[in-house]
Design a protein around this ligand. Structure first.
Ligand code: N01
Length: 543
């Protein structure tokens, strides 16, 4: 075990998409940066989520990537429209090689403590390897979907068969052949993995608490001319991405549902369904997430599709969702509903037939016992705030983040927290995070953070943090935007409903690209809403 005690300008926690970019950007400013990550290599979420069927399930390649380097864009070939985890990880490894990132990243190292020293105006982190390091700035690139949710169900730890969580999938091959597998959870991860598992398993028992609106992923090879067109036009495409609400390369959809009658709407949905992909959710009508009536037409369209595909009417009935479409994270699938027509797949609706307990070799629901050899937990994450709370940094006066966030994830601009000076979050609560193109969002937030650090350096500021008043105003803005939509009205991981005891509110900034105009404006006002403390010794970066 190595023991070091070192000082840097910036410490970054996490070497996923955000942390890798943070390192590259800060290094370009001449700052000394140390990155820590618990995994053995770069990739973050893509390092861990390697379950069968794991693919990009948003608007896909070639736009789920960094945009900061034209050379990178020109040289990397994507093979499919919905890249699988291995392809995304290969890309991220290439980025690490190209920009020589690994020399400043310490892998297989878990940061177990981060605390602020008010006198020194520095953060100190301690790792499970016995290292400690200090820096005036701490950037938490800890992932919005990183802290696995392991349900607390009686007997679950007594189950003696193989057990895997999709977000912690093992690196050794997992065989389903001849096995009776139960999959708990039907979010994106469950819906991507169930059809794959069913191909070879002896039997799959799908344990569903909430049915999903899932659209065809329509993954296909990316034609060389599509890739070439994206490269040739990348500057223009990037400008479109920056302007788009979700950070994607499309123009805004101007069509409101009022323009069309019910049958016309269904005809448009049918056309979009045949094309498939994430744009199914975006290219119909722009008021689906705000108008109950518009939403209801799309919901019924989905339910009809499920009834058409699933042959057993009782199974189809259990698969019909009954909440507003899009108010849980939209899901894409490759033959999910068709899987229920296989003889080796059974659906258990946990709302009618709840789990009572696990035994060494089975899951017992109210209606009886289901013998199983393997349990796949596709139960998601303590999302958005969970990985920050797992880190649980200590700010001024040793106050823990868990105390500060016991009722709400108080923050300003989704990046900073009162009482935790010079600590920045990427994709934290209060930012567009999970509702924005995440690599692009990481670049844009990091650009703002870097400018802020330069500003502090130039002015001899030692500690900067938001005022609690500006946090309150930001909370009101986040809530105000969410309340104009149907999103907060559904129980989802977006609202914290999947984790017992978690504050229940829609914590993501739903204004999309508007957010970047807001934070630029705050910067232009001389960083309004922050309080500043002069540097005590050696300047802010201690250099
Ligand atoms: O997790 P989820 P996920 N008893 O929280 C159920 C992104 N992603 O890993 O809906 C019974 O969505 C839970 O039920 P309910 C994407 O943003 C991206 O699938 O809470 N059931 C739900 O069905 C996605 O949205 C990609 O009632 C329990 C499921 O488990 C996000 O990650 C791929 C339960 C969890 O679904 C999370 O997706 C995959 C319990 N105690 C994911 N606890 C790509 O782009 C939970 N559930 C590649």
């Amino acid at each position: 075990m190595t023991t070091r005690d070192e000082s840097y300008d910036v410490i970054v926690i996490g070497a996923g998409v955000s942390g890798m970019y943070a390192l590259h950007h800060l290094r370009g400013m001449g700052l000394a940066v140390r990155v820590y990550d618990g995994a053995a290599d770069v990739g973050g979420t893509w390092w861990y989520n390697r379950y069968p069927g794991a693919r990009v399930d948003g608007p896909g390649s070639p736009f789920y990537c960094y945009t900061f380097s034209d050379e990178l864009m020109q040289e990397w070939d994507w093979e499919e429209t919905q890249s699988d985890w291995a392809a995304v990880l290969a890309y991220l490894r290439h980025v690490a090689d190209k920009f020589d990132l690994r020399r400043d990243i310490q892998f297989e190292t878990w940061v177990r403590d981060a605390r602020y020293d008010e006198a020194a105006q520095r953060w100190t982190v301690e790792t499970d390897r016995g290292d400690s390091a200090t820096a005036p700035f701490l950037i938490c690139a800890v992932g919005a979907l990183s802290a696995a949710n392991i349900p607390n169900i009686p007997g679950i730890d007594e189950f003696a068969g193989e057990r895997y969580h999709t977000g912690r999938w093992p690196h050794h091959p997992v065989s389903f052949a001849g096995k009776r597998v139960a999959v708990l959870g039907t979010g994106s991860s469950g819906i991507q993995s169930i059809p794959e598992i069913a191909k070879t398993a002896a039997h799959v028992t799908v344990l569903q608490r909430t049915p999903q609106y899932s659209a065809p992923a329509a993954n296909r090879p990316l034609a060389p001319q599509e890739q070439a067109a994206a490269r040739a036009d990348f500057a223009k495409i990037r400008a479109t991405m920056l302007a788009n609400m979700g950070g994607f390369p499309f123009d805004p959809n101007p069509r409101a549902s009022l323009e069309h009658g019910r049958e016309q709407r269904r005809a448009l949905y049918e056309k979009l369904w045949q094309r498939g992909g994430f744009r199914f959710f975006l290219d119909g009508y722009n008021d689906v997430a705000t108008s109950e009536e518009s939403n209801a037409v799309l919901a019924e369209f989905f339910r009809d599709k499920i009834r058409e595909v699933v042959r057993d009417p009782e199974t189809a009935r259990k698969l019909l969702p009954d909440y507003f479409v899009m108010t849980k994270r939209p899901v894409l699938d490759d033959g999910y509903f068709e899987t229920f027509n296989r003889d080796n797949v059974t659906l258990v609706d946990l709302r009618e037939d709840p789990i009572e307990r696990f035994t060494r070799s089975s899951v017992v629901t109210r209606s009886g016992e289901h013998p199983i050899d393997m349990l796949v937990l596709a139960t998601g994450f303590d999302a958005i705030s969970g990985s920050m709370l797992r880190l649980d940094p200590r700010g001024r006066a040793g106050v823990r983040l868990k105390e500060r966030w016991h009722d709400r994830f108080h923050n300003y601009l989704g990046m900073m927290i009162a009482g935790f000076p010079n600590l920045f979050m990427i994709h934290g609560p209060g930012s567009p995070g999970v509702l924005y193109n995440m690599p692009l969002g990481a670049e844009r937030q990091m650009g703002w953070i870097a400018d802020f650090i330069s500003h502090l350096e130039k002015r001899g500021v030692g500690a900067a943090e938001p005022t609690t008043e500006s946090e309150t105003a930001w909370s009101a803005e986040v809530d105000g935007i969410a309340s104009m939509t149907l999103f907060p009205r559904t129980s989802s991981w977006w609202t914290g409903a999947n984790i017992e005891g978690k504050p229940r509110y829609f914590s993501t900034y739903l204004g999309g690209s508007m957010y970047y105009a807001r934070i630029a404006d705050i910067a232009a006002q001389g960083y309004a809403g922050f309080s500043f403390e002069p540097a005590r010794a050696g300047g802010v970066a201690g250099r």
